[in-house]
Design a protein around this ligand. Structure first.
Ligand SMILES: Nc1nc2c(c(=O)[nH]1)N[C@H]1C(S)=C(S)[C@@H](COP(=O)(O)O)O[C@H]1N2
Ligand SMILES: [Mo]
Length: 160
């Protein structure tokens, strides 16, 4: 097995969980120096707003949905706001254990489909908790939505 196949944060199949693991949308941010803090929606609203149009969610459970326009903050701006130092990857994990690893180059260089964002809105409304707020949006990902982490519970920034 390759390292990527062994990595639980780079899953290759998954039955999506329909229910939020907790009622609250705040999450824990862990920095490379070991410090951590709670991030609330109010914290995210203070950062520059980013929108990404034409997002398709290729769902295992209920087919393709979208296109959606998601609103939030780019993962790049978010990390820069709390960790201006160097970093190599961000582990974005939900309280239900589902998660994804994003490498710094993916966050820094937006794909042709748009930047990776932490989304709190969709199509001019706020995402509901059931829809996944706060939700990682990786535009252009077509691997059964395996990078579209709903209900972010923890983001761990690493500098390896
Ligand atoms: N926290 C969390 N996020 C998740 C999942 C999950 O089980 N838990 N499933 C993923 C998968 S496999 C799919 S298909 C989509 C489903 O998203 P939707 O319900 O908005 O269509 O969420 C993704 N994000
Ligand atoms: Mo999926």
């Amino acid at each position: 097995m390759t390292a990527e196949q062994d990595d639980p944060l780079r899953p290759h199949s998954h039955d999506s969980n329909p229910e939020p693991p907790s009622p609250d949308s705040h999450f824990t941010l862990v920095l490379p120096d070991g410090r951590s803090r709670i991030i609330t929606l109010a914290d995210l609203y203070r950062l520059p707003v980013a929108t990404v149009s034409n997002c398709i969610i290729v769902s295992t459970g209920h087919g393709i949905s979208g296109p959606f326009t998601f609103t939030g903050v780019t993962l790049w701006d978010f990390v820069m706001a709390y960790w201006p130092g160097t970093w190599t990857e961000a582990e974005v994990v939900s309280a239900d254990g589902f998660g994804n690893r994003v490498f710094v180059a993916e966050a820094r260089n937006a794909s042709s489909s748009g930047p990776i964002i932490l989304a709190y809105g969709v199509d001019d409304t706020r995402l509901t908790r059931r829809q996944g707020v706060v939700r990682l949006i990786v535009p252009g990902e077509r691997d059964d939505a395996l990078r579209q982490v709903k209900w972010i519970g923890k983001i761990v920034i690493r500098d390896r």
